[in-house]
Design a protein around this ligand. Structure first.
Ligand code: FAD
Length: 508
């Protein structure tokens, strides 16, 4: 999938204003499609050798390892992009519903099948704590109410002015957004195991359930509403599909093209300078690089009044991740597609990760086994996996160069003692990703896996805006901008560009 820049000066041919998109994560690719559909000539510049960002793909030893997102929710946000190009999503992408969504296993060995089926969920909740069934239904009703406002009404609103925030404040208060996700769950549920099961969702977007605003409790209903899906062939098929859409529109995706500076005249962006020294003119620049990184390293300090170095340094960043991709020469047919293996501690482990920034001895793991649904991800008779462990960002001071292999061994041992017996003897392919890689490969500030932490004081108007507050003609999409991380979040950030980017005709 490597794209090399076309010969001669970069930039697509044709008419219409030129948009440069920095970065080819899902936010950048979706932005490119939307701009292309509105008459912009689009060039996407990607630092890495292939598109996708966190959704990069590693192919080795006959295995296919999706590097990042594995859970596709709200698929209509992808379908919309295909529709904009006059194409049918289902012609290119084979989405399969995953059931159960997650199998959650406690350190005691107890397991809970978490699904989108209301009746099955009531039965599972009742199996753990009959007294919590009514509370569970009330929690799901609260999740739906938050979803109606937080996702359906506000998810694609730009939040450009302080008054936008004031306007929604009464709704946020009515929905008890001052509570944390855990606090909201604990209001309805007594059993500590169920409190964990129903509050873990913010971790999927880099938030600590004990400090993330309860607005993120909407994820529980969002998953039930549209399901949890897997892309046959891997998530990277979606990346390739979007690249094809962009190229079909006449746009270009250039890999191995790192942007070193956004070029300004006074406070107006007019192009970018690449690591090669080449300059590329643009009518608008859209950055899908990490928002904190974009401001800190691509825009000169003297041009910034809101996103100053001090403010960027002082912001709180999400956790990072240790990810181990591995292939086994045998299959583990009893292991579900998505498994959460919970360690003995919950609140205190999260405090180590988010507050104390300590690499703890214990961990909780997410194990992905795509071959449960799609055997094509591994050679015959083999299984492909990745396991991820939430860890502190680089503020912990951990030297991952030396810490990675011992950590991997501990994780492998924990897996072999639980769901993957005999694991170390059957591993035939292995690759690791650490917080240092999030910084060095993906230009993530502090090596955070999900950009700025999704706390109330860093959400909506408080988060970097989709139309830059500091620089004219600069727009931002992706996890570090409003509304936030996760595929629905970054696709929604691109959708907001339809509101804030001027019509192509206005440049004539
Ligand atoms: C391991 C993992 C698992 C996840 N699982 C899920 C999941 O199952 N479901 C879900 O919904 N979400 C999941 N997420 C979150 C989701 O993947 C991300 O929030 C989302 O993909 C981020 O997209 P983005 O648009 O912000 O761009 P990114 O993916 O962050 O891409 C940004 C791109 O910009 C490029 N770039 C940076 N600087 C420059 C520069 N100067 N010049 C050129 N290019 C540059 C980078 O190389 C990168 O390709 C997961 C994340 C991780 C890390």
């Amino acid at each position: 999938m490597t794209r090399t820049p076309p010969p001669g000066p970069l930039g697509p041919s044709g008419k219409g204003p030129h948009a440069v998109v920095i970065g080819s994560g899902f936010g950048g690719l979706a932005a490119a499609v939307r701009l292309g559909a509105r008459g912009y000539r689009v060039t996407v510049l990607e630092k890495l050798d292939a598109p996708g960002g966190r959704a990069y793909v590693y192919r080795q030893d006959g295995f296919t390892f999706d590097a990042g997102p594995t859970i596709v929710t709200a698929p209509f946000l992808f379908e919309d992009l295909w529709t904009l190009c006059g194409r049918r999503f289902s012609d290119d992408i084979d989405l399969r519903a995953v059931d159960p969504f997650y199998r959650i296993q406690f350190s005691t060995g107890e397991t809970f099948n978490y699904s989108g089926d209301a009746r099955a969920m009531r039965a599972e909740v009742g199996r753990f704590a009959p007294g919590d069934v009514k509370g569970y239904e009330d929690f799901m009703a609260a999740s739906e109410a938050i979803f109606r406002i937080g996702f359906e009404e506000l998810g694609h609103v730009p939040f450009e002015s302080w008054t936008d925030m004031v306007r929604v404040l009464p709704e946020l208060m009515r929905l008890e957004s001052w509570r944390t996700v855990y606090g909201l769950v604990a209001k309805y549920i007594r059993d500590p195991r169920l409190q964990t099961i129903l509050s873990f969702h913010p971790l999927l977007v880099g938030g600590n359930p004990f400090s993330t605003t309860s607005v993120y409790a909407l994820i529980a209903f969002l998953e039930r509403r549209w399901g949890v899906h897997y892309v046959m062939g891997g998530t990277n098929r979606l990346v390739q599909g979007l690249v094809n859409l962009i190229e079909g529109q006449g746009g270009i995706v250039c890999c191995g093209a790192e942007v070193k500076e956004i070029l300004l005249e006074k406070r107006r962006a007019w192009g970018v300078r690449l690591a090669s020294g080449e300059e590329l003119r643009a009518d608008i620049v859209v950055s899908n690089a990490d928002a904190a990184w974009t401001y800190r390293f691509l825009v000169p300090a003297e041009a910034r009044s809101r996103w100053t170095d001090k403010r960027i340094e002082r912001s709180r960043y999400s956790m990072s991740l240790f990810v181990w991709y591995f292939g086994t020469r045998r299959r583990y047919p009893d292991v579900a597609h998505h498994t959460l293996l919970l360690g003995p501690r919950y609140r205190e482990l999260l405090a180590d990760i988010f507050d104390r920034k300590i690499l703890a001895e214990d961990f909780s793991l997410y194990l992905h086994r795509p071959t449960a649904t799609d055997p094509s991800m591994a050679p015959e008779g083999c299984d492909a996996f990745y396991v991820l462990s939430p860890v502190p960002h680089l503020g912990s001071g951990t030297d991952w160069q030396s810490a990675a292999e011992p950590y991997r061994k501990k994780v492998a041992l924990a897996l072999s003692e639980t769901v993957l017996p005999g694991l170390e003897e059957v591993v035939v392919s292995s690759h690791m990703l650490t917080p240092q890689d999030f910084k060095d490969r993906l230009n993530s500030f502090q090596g955070a896996a999900f950009a700025m932490e999704p706390i109330l004081s860093q959400s909506a108007w408080f988060r970097p805006h989709n139309r830059s507050e500091d620089i004219d003609n600069l727009f931002l999409v992706g996890a570090g901008t409003h509304p936030g991380a996760g595929l629905p979040g970054v696709l929604s950030s691109a959708r907001i560009l339809d509101t804030v980017v001027p019509d192509a005709a206005s440049f004539v």
